[in-house]
Design a protein. Structure first.
Length: 215
């Protein structure tokens, strides 16, 4: 049940620890999704909560949902104005050069009948920036903390693969695939004008432990 995954709840917001493999929006094949199961998150409200942002199907961690339209509009504005702080963890299939840095790589969408669509670095694309910091290494893999300043589709995954040259472990599109994709939205801080900020940390993912990266 989704209510077992709630990290934060009040009268206007819910933050879920979204499991990897569960998409936010209903897929074309009709399989389960957060939106499709939002009735599990009504609690005492008549209205179902609605997602304010998106995480990829195979990304786990903090997902913000609004419990009413006015709250949704305020939260969405905070995202659009860059006032939301997002923290991610990723295991990379290579060890980056250096200890930290910023990737400034505009992104654009490309598609073909044969391969479907994907995001690529493109000077004419939408501005996209991600800060990264190396935490530790195990063998030929690295654990990094990531702080995206923008929220483009597949931004972190493309920035790791193209910008840093170290794709996210398990990424089936921009990396080598094989096993779980090791990308986790570990923290979310959303400022609010008349209430304390929503400041949530998701638990350490078991997939990272299985890959040899203990908390």
């Amino acid at each position: 049940m989704l209510d077992d995954l709630v990290l934060f709840i009040d009268g206007e917001a819910i933050v879920l620890d979204k499991p990897a493999g569960l998409p936010v929006d209903p897929p074309r094949d009709g399989s389960p999704s957060i939106v499709g199961r939002a009735d599990e998150l009504r609690f005492t409200f008549l209205r179902e909560p609605t997602p304010v942002h998106r995480l990829d199907r195979d990304t786990s961690g903090c997902l913000l949902l609004a419990r009413n339209p006015k709250a949704h509009a305020r939260f969405q504005q905070a995202f659009e104005q860059g006032r939301v702080t997002k923290r991610y963890l990723a295991v990379l299939d290579a060890i980056p050069d250096g200890e930290s840095g910023e990737i400034d790589l505009p992104l654009a969408k490309v598609s073909s009948i044969e391969d479907g669509w994907r995001m690529v670095g493109d000077p004419a694309g939408k501005p996209s920036r991600t800060n990264w910091r190396l935490l530790r290494t195990v063998g030929d893999r690295a654990l990094v903390a990531l702080f995206p300043e923008t929220g483009r589709t597949h931004q972190i995954r493309v920035h790791m693969a193209e910008g840093l040259g170290c794709p996210v472990a398990g990424d089936p599109v921009y990396g080598r695939g094989g096993g779980a994709m090791l990308l986790h939205a570990t923290g979310l801080m959303v400022p609010r004008d008349n209430k304390p900020a929503i400041d949530v940390t998701a638990p350490w993912p078991t997939s990272f432990v299985a890959a040899g990266f203990e908390e």
